[in-house]
Design a protein around this ligand. Structure first.
Ligand code: CA
Length: 478
């Protein structure tokens, strides 16, 4: 007897589905952890010794440490806009921190941009954001409207760590006082759009929320994406008493508190990895860990961080502002205990995550600048992921280019400089005069890249201009 075609297909479909399920590993969970203003040297896996970070070191040992891992901007908010879009954020005018103002409809991630969470949610992922948002305080920019099913955290660029504490915000050179930043630091903690009481030290709580999210979603069939954006160890310098006691041997009170804050981030990461292991999901979880920019050592919001052996700091296009601790761990697919030395950038996280998820972006979306790193990290492709990486700051007041060993940069009114990072990681010997042909090539490449960028769509310079001609010294936000 012949089966009708439709019935035949109906019988075969479950067989194909079961075969497919048996042969295909489950899609990975994706955990993107971002620290805030963390010094390049201030974790154990980067060579730091005075702040033990056993959980982060274990994470590094479980995957690949990228020695030349960059972010696309040396301050918080534009860097995060790059991370979540995979695009140089100057393409869409995102070149300053946004105002802390719920009525500022232009100060945030433009609604024309698509986030990593948008794409993963379209691909069937459960998506969550925990911690610092800082991509616009206007309701239209809320994480729940930018691809995240769940949100727990705060919308501004920073937050006090200890409930009820008074935070004095720096308002000028060496001066402290009251600005809208104080309200930002004390803004409500939100679960989605509902304010919840502040209880306990904030970094600890963010870690607990993330671990609970891991445990909760492990019961679901759907894979998940969690964006865990700590505000630590950004100022204000505040930490738990028990953590401060662990670092009593550090004489400098600011460094002691900073160390306690970094250790609290480490403890939180340990709590999350423990939850993953308890749920049996560590192997199938792709984890990224980066800082959003280099440590601020002497400028506004300095936090006693150390970027050694790099030159410069947050707010600079020198290496200390843009090169960050950068880990990728996925036990099921990526080798453990390796280092990767080709330049990579935070813009690569989005295409890497989408490739891992088997998700594709809609063709109509604007092109990415990032590259899928999986072929490179798994050894299938031994060329460099990027011929060149680029930076622009403050609407064109500073530029930098990385090409292989070479780093070209121009800052404000200074003459362009050229450094050979292979022999001069600390950017101390300017070779622009000695190697004019390389300097000219990279200057031309920078100018060509710049042609595709637009002017800043918003600024927060309280001194009048959109473009801040003296750099971050006058930029009041985090
Ligand atoms: Ca930051």
């Amino acid at each position: 007897m012949k089966l009708p075609f439709v019935r035949c297909c109906a019988l075969l479909v479950p067989i194909f589905v079961s075969l497919f399920a048996a042969e295909s590993p489950p899609r990975p969970n994706i955990l993107l952890i971002v620290a805030d203003d963390l010094g390049y040297h201030d974790v154990g896996f980067q060579g730091g010794r005075d702040i033990p970070t056993p959980h982060l070191d274990r994470l590094a040992a479980s995957g690949i440490r990228c020695t030349d891992g960059y972010v696309s901007y040396p301050v918080c908010s534009p860097s995060r806009a790059g991370i979540l879009t995979g695009r140089y954020q100057q393409r869409f005018g995102y070149e300053f921190n946004p105002k802390w103002d719920a009525t500022a409809a232009t100060h945030g991630l433009p609604l024309s941009e698509t986030t990593l969470a948008d794409s993963l949610r379209s691909a069937g992922y459960t998506t969550g954001a925990i911690g610092k948002w800082h991509l616009g305080a206007h309701p239209q920019f809320h994480p729940n409207r930018r691809g995240f099913d769940e949100f727990f955290g705060f919308l501004g660029g920073g937050h006090r760590y200890l409930p009820g504490s008074i935070v004095e915000v720096e308002v000028g050179a060496g001066k402290k006082g009251t600005t809208s930043g104080d309200a930002e630091q004390a803004s409500p903690l939100l679960r989605n759009t509902t304010a919840v009481p502040e209880v306990g030290e904030l970094t600890t709580r963010l870690g607990e929320e993330a671990a609970a999210s891991v445990t909760r979603h492990a019961r679901n069939a759907k894979p998940w994406f969690l964006y865990l954006a700590f505000n630590a160890p950004h100022t204000p310098l505040q930490a738990r008493e028990d953590m401060l006691k662990k670092f009593a041997a550090i004489a400098d009170a600011r460094r002691r508190t900073y160390a306690a804050m970094v250790a609290t981030v480490d403890e939180a990461v340990g709590r999350i990895v423990t939850a993953l292991e308890a749920a049996g999901q560590r192997e199938r979880t792709l984890i990224f860990f980066i800082s959003d920019n280099g440590g601020p050592m002497t400028k506004r919001n300095a936090n006693a961080s150390v970027n050694s052996p790099l030159h410069g700091q947050k707010g600079d296009v020198f290496e200390g502002g843009i090169r960050v601790p950068f880990l990728v761990s996925w036990p099921a697919r990526i080798p453990a205990g390796r280092t990767y030395t080709q330049p990579v950038i935070s813009l690569d996280i989005l295409p890497t995550a989408l490739a891992a998820a088997g998700a594709t972006r809609a063709a109509a979306l604007a092109p990415l600048d990032g590259t899928d790193l999986l072929p490179f990290l798994t050894g299938k492709n031994d060329s460099a992921p990027h011929a060149r990486l680029f930076w622009r700051m403050d609407g064109g007041e500073a530029f930098a280019v990385r090409e292989g060993q070479w780093k070209w940069l121009r800052t404000y009114q200074n003459a362009p400089q050229l450094f050979d990072l292979a022999t001069d990681l600390g950017e101390s010997r300017d070779l622009a005069s000695a190697r004019p042909e390389i300097a000219a090539r990279l200057a031309a490449a920078s100018a060509e890249w710049n042609r595709d960028l637009i002017a800043p769509a918003f600024g927060n310079n309280p001194f009048g201009g959109l473009i801040n001609r003296t750099g971050l010294e006058k930029n009041p936000a985090p």
